[in-house]
Design a protein around this ligand. Sequence first.
Ligand code: NDP
Length: 434
Amino acid sequence: MDTTHLSKFYKKSHIEKIDSLFLAGVISKKEKDRLMSQSLELDVDTGNNMIENYISNYSLPMGVALNYVIDKEELVVPMAIEEPSVIAASSFAAKIIGSGGGFKTTVSQRQMIGQVTLKNVDDIHAAVKNVEDAEQAIVERANEAYPSIVKRGGGARSVSVRILEDDTDSGIPTFLSVHVHIDTQEAMGANIVNTMMEGIAPYIEELTGGKALLRILTNYATECLATATCEIPVHKLKTGEFSGEEVRDRIIEATQVATIDPYRAVTHNKGIMNGVDAVIVATGNDWRAIEAGVHAYASRSGQYRSLTTWSKNDKGDLVGKLTLPLPIGTVGGSISIHPAAKLAHAILNHPKAHKLERIIVSVGLAQNFAAVRALVTEGIQKGHMGLHARSLAISAGAKGDHVQQVADILKKSKHKNLQRAKNILLNLLDEFDR
Ligand code: NDP
């Protein structure tokens, strides 16, 4: 990638942005032409076949975050999101983090977990033993239920059992949950896993003497974890009246607050998901699945906590770390159907699922750094409202050049609200008419 073409990207016109992505080698001529002709919408036929009762498409803006260096590789990251400040913050954070060498990532094995959950198991301990003894047979039957994933090098790998007992006096009976650990290769795997669970359920009933109540994957993908770390030189943190050391310490303290206070943790983690979800959506992945799993992971200690940690190293530099369960796919679902998702994968140079996980967790860490840094220094409203001003201008009815003109005046106004934007626009239109 030749990043010289990407400098001052945000100042370029829409067409110049697309052209510079082509010149930098991020997109091909064909992709450039498609972007220029705006032909990334779902066509009616495809939409009609994707969901029930289809009536239209719902568009989100898609942009790119710049300056990412992940495991020493420079990357341009596609993001689909309506919140105005997210991509700017992401690019800003990636640049500062890049000055310290960028992101280093690790990923665990990529295994999804399927659950067959049973009720009415009379002898729960005998059932556990029978399932454990039959592990190999269960694995074989699961693989027979979805043979193509085995041919692709994946498939069921192992089995574990959990007794689900309620320790309150709620009257909830005991259930048995049989877990099958499955390598779904490049797919997120929901349908693969669900097919397997439905396939093995009668055999599990036979082994346990119980009745299968639920046969589905869990979105709590604890065996599909990705971790990003970064080290930011302390002098790069200096801003306004704050020294680098002050900013570093305030970021560490703010994260400590989010570690002990669920009220703060939820907002802290929402900032992480601003970046994560934007890449998940752009790449055609299932953001509900990721959201559900991530928040369960944030509660794994028994209390909902910050997903990131920030500390300082021996040199006094700021060290960040984020681990997320990221059962994403590079095939399956709508990924190979949606034209914008196909473009997003092309922008990332068609990464394998392992690599896409590394990218997404790095974006989450960058987004958290940007948000917390702004919060503990100048506050987030300055940057946020600067960009939000354009949305207010559009809501007020501004078109073309008037959008920026209204936004510029609004940014300097004491009250940055819709009524003020409407008044500014009326004044501009009056001047225009005179
Ligand atoms: P698919 O059902 O689309 O299955 C993956 C497809 O990709 C298969 O057709 C498979 O082909 C094909 N494929 C091609 N190459 C590979 C490869 N290298 N590795 C793996 N598969 C490959 O998708 P998933 O099973 O991933 O399911 C995801 C969908 O399920 C999402 O749309 C999600 O929203 C939805 N879903 C989610 C649920 C949840 O999260 N709780 C519940 C139910 C559905 P072949 O079959 O020939 O092997």
